[in-house]
Design a binder for this molecule. Structure first.
Ligand SMILES: Nc1nc2c(ncn2[C@@H]2O[C@H](COP(=O)(O)OP(=O)(O)OP(=O)(O)O)[C@@H](O)[C@H]2O)c(=O)[nH]1
Ligand SMILES: [Mg+2]
Length: 373
């Protein structure tokens, strides 16, 4: 679990790699937005808002600060976007890269809905990994919004890692969709064939051939679960990040606040415990998070679309929600390192997946074209 998860943003004296102060300011703005809590009320939690931080830090280190950064040219820092169809192992890879379980992993496709940022810092290099939702031809507003978030991450990437899974028979439509998204960005492309521990050479070759068509600079065969083949891949990623100062302090591994990880742990338990319909209709939001005596009190609401789904989640006499709560609470306690009282509520928010305003309130960015619907 993350050793330190904060939304802090550090401002630096304008480094050489930004051609003008405006460009630099835009970069800072992007970082600040990334650190923005996914839900507005997170500002009331342990984090200060990026604006507050910017104000505080600006006093100490204004943008015009001429302080020389002697070793600037020797560090590199940039964004690495992990792109691929659902279930190819993006979360498992991200967790392997940063060495912590930041992103939930389940056997179901399209588990990750939010863009998850993981930071890997070594002496000379900071790689900021962006896990994007799995790519599928979109069906409905939620899928289109997930796609939008992947597109934005590809546009921002210095390097895009295209991950494929030889165990899946990825369809032509999915491949075309990925090719279309790749074309939106100008970052260097690196290919990864994951799950080689469980696949046969024929299938691996099929995926490599597709990666060749995408004109990747190089392709790597890895197993994210067994953590094999990752070292040369990481070296290549680091070699291709642009020179520049670190954007995050070296001991940070994630940009999202604790509340985000807590809500994801509840969602992970839902994905594991329930079948097809309920996990995809459920989204979690932390409503309250406070230290109360020896325990931390956390109230999480699980929003579902229909009352039948609420009934399934609660179960006979509350049996299902109790066992869900027990699994999630244990994970959250391990993550926070303290006893937790987890208060789970289930509410019906009719058709939330089809309503732009609801999606945005629940922390899922909606594409411009869909906002007015
Ligand atoms: N055998 C094998 N299984 C793997 C490997 N990497 C991931 N998996 C499994 O593949 C499934 C999906 O992994 P995730 O990391 O959640 O995949 P993802 O791409 O993040 O999925 P979405 O977020 O749903 O798009 C899980 O059951 C993993 O345990 C691997 O290297 N080998
Ligand atoms: Mg994932």
């Amino acid at each position: 679990m993350p050793s330190k998860v904060t939304g802090q943003v550090r401002l630096f004296a304008a480094p050489e790699r930004f051609s003008s102060r405006t460009t630099y300011f835009l970069k800072i703005l992007v970082v600040s937005l990334r650190a923005t809590p996914i839900f507005p009320h997170w500002n009331r939690g342990r984090l200060v808002s990026p604006l507050q931080l910017a104000r505080r830090e600006t006093k100490r280190c204004p943008l015009t600060d001429p302080t020389p950064h002697d070793d600037l040219a020797e560090t590199s820092c940039g964004y690495v976007t992990l792109l691929g169809a659902p279930n190819v192992g993006k979360s498992t890879l991200l967790n392997a890269f940063v060495g912590q379980d930041l992103s939930i992993v389940t056997s179901k496709a399209q588990t990750t809905w939010h863009r998850i940022t993981g930071i890997r810092t070594t002496a000379r290099c900071q790689a900021i990994f962006l896990h994007t939702p799995g790519i599928l031809p979109p069906r409905g507003l939620l899928h289109r919004s997930l796609l939008f978030s992947a597109e934005e991450a590809v546009k921002e990437a210095d390097v895009v890692v295209v991950i494929c899974d030889p165990l899946q028979n990825t369809g032509n439509a999915e491949r075309k969709q990925i090719e279309g998204i790749l074309a939106l960005g100008s970052g260097m492309r690196i290919g990864v064939v994951n799950k080689v521990d469980a696949s046969d050479p024929g299938r691996i070759e099929r995926e490599r051939a597709w990666l060749d068509q995408l004109r990747v600079a190089s392709a790597y065969l890895v197993s994210a679960t067994h953590r094999t083949g990752l070292e040369p891949l990481v070296e290549e990623l680091e070699r291709n990040l642009p020179e520049g100062p670190f954007l995050y302090p070296g001991d940070e591994v994630a940009t999202a606040p604790e509340r985000f990880f807590v809500s994801e742990m509840v969602r992970e338990a839902i994905f594991e415990q329930f079948r097809e319909e309920v996990p995809y209709a459920s989204i979690c939001r932390v409503e309250d998070f406070r230290e109360s005596g020896e325990r931390t009190y956390i109230q999480v609401t699980i929003y579902v679309e229909r009352s039948s789904q609420k009934g399934i989640l609660i179960g006979d006499g509350g049996a299902s929600i109790r066992s869900l709560g027990t699994i999630a609470r244990k994970r959250i306690q391990r993550f926070l390192g303290c006893p937790v009282y987890l208060d789970l509520w289930v509410k019906v928010l009719p058709n939330w997946r089809r309503k732009p305003e609801q999606l945005r309130r629940l922390g899922i960015p909606v594409a411009h074209d869909d906002r007015a619907r």
